[in-house]
Design a binder for this molecule. Sequence first.
Ligand code: ZN
Length: 195
Amino acid sequence: MMKYDISNQAKLPTRFGDFLTISFREYLADSTIKEHLVVFTQNLSKTPLVRIHSECLTGDVFGSQKCDCGNELALAMEKIAQSEEGGMLIYLRQEGRGIGLFNKINAYALQDMGYDTVEANQKLGFEGDMRSYEIVGEIFKHFNITEINLLTNNPRKIHALEPYAKVVRHSIITPCNPHNKAYLEVKKQKLGHLL
Ligand SMILES: [Zn+2]
C-alpha cells in the first residue's frame, strides 16, 4: 500500500499559460519523502495529454546540454498549454533516473572519463533505470483518468503506465546538440527509445 498526502489545489500562472497545480507527498518504505508536482490545465478532458517528467535539476533548471530534459519539459508544457483536450504534466522527484543528484554527478564524472550513461550507473552499482511510476496510478485515480494521450519516446514508460490507464503514445522530439548526441544515441540503442 502506498502512503501519500495530497495538497490543496492552487493556481499556477506560467510563461506557457495559466495552470492549476497540486502536490502529492509520497512516504517511501525507507522513510524518505518525495514531493511530486502535478501541473494541469483547467479544461482537463477524459483523455488528457499527459507528460510524466522525472526531475533533472541540471537539465530543467540549469539548461544542461548533457541531456534533453530541459527542452522536453518546455516543449511538453507548451503542448499541454495548447492542447484542446487539456492536459497535465506530472513532475516526479526521481532525479538521475532514480539514483539521486549526488550519484548522478558522480555518474557524470565517469562519463567525462568515457563511460556512457548506462555503463556509468552500472559502475556505481545502479541499474540503468531505477525510476518507479507507482504514484502516477494514484494521481490518475485522484483525477478520475482512465485513458491518456502520453507524450513520450520511452517504451518502458508506456509499459509502466499500462496498469493505470489506456495509453496512446504521442512522440516528443527535441533537437539534438553536440553534447547530447551520444546520450540520445545510448537512449536509442540501450534503452530502446523511439527517436
Ligand atoms: Zn536530464
